[in-house]
Design a protein around this ligand. Structure first.
Ligand code: FES
Length: 134
């Protein structure tokens, strides 16, 4: 169990997240509102964030699951082009420079079906069923 009391949520097979590639979205509740979290891989490691720009609280991806800009080195908000370091969530360029994406805890582990990525929900940012993710 995580600090929020929810069991870890399986996000996807580890191989589905490739460096600089498409992200995987999951439905969430942040405080009292509907939200989406997303998971990406950067430099071999999986990371997850609340899908909410630090500039204006909008989702980052206009094209669903497309979080990286073309170089694959930064996450980019499609609305006004803020760019974020994928490993820290810190905004390194654009209108919210110095602010951060809200991270979620991510873990990769072996399962009987193979290595997988898990989200460890916390008290403020919780998992909801997948069918309301989009
Ligand atoms: S809403 Fe993301 S950069 Fe403005």
């Amino acid at each position: 169990m995580s600090a929020g009391g929810q069991a870890p949520v399986r996000v996807c097979a580890a191989a589905e997240l490739v460096d600089g590639g498409p992200g995987v979205r999951r439905a969430a509740r942040y405080l009292d509102g509907d939200a989406v979290v997303f998971f990406i891989r950067y430099d071999g490691k999986a990371y997850g964030y609340l899908n909410r720009c630090a500039h204006v609280p909008m989702e980052l991806d206009w094209v669903e699951g497309q979080f990286f800009e073309s170089s694959g080195l930064y996450l980019m908000c499609a609305t006004h082009g803020a760019i974020y370091a994928p490993d820290s969530g810190r905004c390194v360029g654009g209108p919210c420079r110095g602010a951060r994406l809200r991270p979620v805890e991510v873990e990769e582990r072996e399962t009987p079906e193979g290595r997988a990525v898990f989200w460890l929900p916390d008290a403020d940012l919780r998992s909801v069923p997948d069918d309301v993710a989009s």
